[in-house]
Design a protein around this ligand. Structure first.
Ligand code: PLP
Length: 444
C-alpha cells in the first residue's frame, strides 16, 4: 500500500539526510512529493469530470515555476496559466501544447500579445486598452487563439487583502458593477465576433468558497446575457480561475476540490450542462501540500530569555511568511540531525532565518521541542509559492529542489528538480559582467 502523505514526508526527510542532499554547502533544500502531486491532480480532474463537458485544468505557473513540475502536470493532462514571458517559456519548455496554455496578466505588452496570438494560446484581456491592442493584432493577422475578457465581479474580499482580486477597487479585469460597465462589455462582444471566452479569478488564499462560487455565478450570468444579446453561443468557454484555499494548520486537505466542485454544481448548475467548455487555473491547492523545506539549524542561542534557532530558511524563500506572518503562518517541525521528529517538551522559541534584518523570523514564540545547533527544521505545505518566488536578499542563493517517491517499505528515491544556485550565478545576476560599468563613466 502507498504510504499516506504524512508518512511519505517523514520517510523523505530522513532519507534526504541519509542520502546527503542536505550538506554543509546546501543547508536548505526544497522537497516535492511526486505522489502527492499525482493525487492532487487526480482529485481535481475527478471533482470536475462531467459527462459531455470539456474541462481544461491549467496550473498557475507562478505557484511553482519549475519545468519538471510543468512536465509532470503536462503528462497528467493539465495545462498552464502563465503571466509573463518567463512563465510562458517555462510552459513551452515543459512541452505544453498551445491549446492548454492561457495567458493572463494585467500588463501584457504588444509583443507578448502578438506572440500569444501567433502561437495560438488563449489570451484573457484585462481591460479596454488591451482589447484595443488585440483589435489591431487580430486585424493584422488571423489567429486561432481563443480570446476572452477578464471581469471582476466585485463580490468582495477575503481575509487577506493582497490576495483578494474581486474587491470594488481591485486592479484586475473590468469592474463589472461599475456604472456602464455591463453595457460596455455587451458592446465589446457585439463588436468582436472573435471574443469567445469570459474569465474571472476572484481571489486566492483567504477567499471563502461561497464568495468564489458567487464570482463564478456572476461571470456565468454575464456570459448568458452576452450570448442572448448576440443571438448565438458567442462565448463558448468560461475560465473560472483558481484560488482554492489551502489548510496550513494540519495535514488534512480541506477544502477539497470536490467540496468546491460540489458547491459550483449547486450554485452554477448551467456551467456543467454541456453548453460551455470550462477552464480552471488552480495553483496553490495543487502543489502546496506536496512541498517541504528542510533546513539546518546553524546556531541556537538565547536573547532576553527567548531561545532562538538560527536556520538557513528565511525571507529569501518564505518571503510572505516573514513579512506578513499573520496571513501566511507555516507549520514548523523540529527534527534531529538525522531528520527524525525531535522529542521533548515544547519550549516557546523563535525560529529565525539567515537574513540580516531582525524580522527574518519563520515563527515567533512558537512552542516546539527545543532546537539545538545541528538539528533540522521542516517547513510544511511549502510546495506552492515557496520554491519559485525567491527573494534575493543578502544575495542568498535559490536552494535546490528535489522530487521524491516514497515506497511502502520506507525507501525513498529522489530526483533533482532544480540545482541550487551557484555563487557564479549570483555573481552574474549582480553585474559581474559589467564590473567596470561605473568606473568607466566619465566625471564632469
Ligand atoms: C494566481 C492566479 C491563479 C492561481 O491562484 P491560486 O490561489 O494559486 O489557485 C489563477 N489565476 C490567476 C489569474 C491568477 O493570478
Amino acid at each position: 500500500m502507498t504510504p499516506d502523505a504524512t508518512a511519505r514526508r517523514g520517510h523523505a526527510l530522513r532519507a534526504a539526510v541519509e542520502q546527503n542532499l542536505l550538506t554543509p554547502d546546501n543547508p536548505v533544500i526544497g522537497l516535492l512529493d511526486v505522489t502527492g502531486i499525482h493525487e492532487a491532480a487526480a482529485a481535481l480532474q475527478e471533482a470536475f469530470a462531467t459527462p459531455g463537458v470539456t474541462v481544461t485544468h491549467t496550473f498557475a505557473v507562478k505557484a511553482a515555476a519549475l519545468v519538471p513540475v510543468l512536465r509532470l502536470l503536462n503528462g497528467l493532462g493539465l495545462g498552464a496559466e502563465v503571466a509573463s514571458p518567463g512563465e510562458l517559456a517555462i510552459a513551452r519548455a515543459a512541452g505544453l501544447p498551445a491549446d492548454r496554455i492561457v495567458l493572463d496578466s494585467p500588463a501584457k505588452t504588444v509583443a507578448e500579445l502578438r506572440e500569444a496570438l501567433t502561437l495560438g494560446i488563449a489570451v484573457n484581456a484585462d481591460n479596454p486598452q488591451e482589447l484595443g491592442r488585440l483589435d489591431t493584432l487580430v486585424a493584422a493577422a488571423p489567429t486561432t487563439s481563443p480570446i476572452g475578457l477578464r471581469v471582476n465581479p466585485q463580490i468582495g474580499g477575503g481575509s487577506i487583502g493582497a490576495m483578494s482580486t474581486a474587491t470594488a477597487t481591485s486592479k484586475f479585469g473590468v469592474a463589472l458593477r461599475d456604472e456602464g460597465a455591463e453595457q460596455w462589455i455587451l458592446r465589446a462582444y457585439a463588436d468582436r465576433p472573435w471574443l469567445n471566452r469570459l474569465h474571472t479569478h476572484t481571489g486566492s488564499q483567504g477567499v471563502p468558497l461561497d464568495l468564489m462560487a458567487a464570482g463564478v455565478r456572476a461571470a456565468y450570468d454575464l456570459a448568458e446575457r452576452i450570448n442572448t444579446a448576440a443571438g448565438r453561443r458567442q462565448i463558448t468557454t468560461l475560465d473560472i480561475g483558481g484560488g482554492l484555499p489551502v489548510n496550513f494548520t494540519s495535514d488534512e486537505v480541506t477544502p477539497t476540490f470536490h467540496d468546491y466542485a460540489r458547491l459550483l454544481r449547486a450554485t452554477v448548475p448551467g456551467l456543467f450542462d454541456g453548453r460551455y467548455t470550462i477552464v480552471t487555473e488552480f495553483g496553490r491547492s495543487l502543489l502546496a501540500k506536496a512541498g517541504t523545506v528542510l533546513a539546518r539549524v546553524e546556531y541556537a542561542k538565547s536573547a532576553g530569555g527567548r531561545p532562538i534557532a538560527i536556520t538557513h530558511a528565511g525571507a529569501q524563500l518564505a518571503t510572505r511568511t516573514v513579512f506578513v506572518p499573520d496571513a501566511w503562518p507555516l507549520r514548523v517541525e523540529a527534527l534531529d540531525a538525522k531528520g527524525r521528529p525531535k522529542g521533548g517538551d515544547p519550549v516557546v522559541q523563535d525560529v529565525a532565518g539567515p537574513c540580516c534584518f531582525a524580522g527574518d523570523l519563520l515563527a515567533q514564540a512558537r512552542p516546539l521541542p527545543l532546537l539545538e545547533a545541528g538539528d533540522l527544521v521542516a517547513l510544511l505545505d511549502t510546495g506552492a509559492y515557496y520554491f519559485s518566488n525567491h527573494f534575493a536578499y543578502n544575495s542568498l542563493p535559490r536552494p535546490a529542489v528535489h522530487g521524491y517517491h516514497a515506497s511502502a517499505d520506507g525507501s525513498v528515491t529522489f530526483a533533482r528538480v532544480r540545482a541550487a544556485q551557484t555563487t557564479e550565478s549570483v555573481l552574474a545576476e549582480s553585474g559581474f559582467n559589467e564590473s567596470e560599468a561605473l568606473t568607466g563613466l566619465n566625471r564632469d
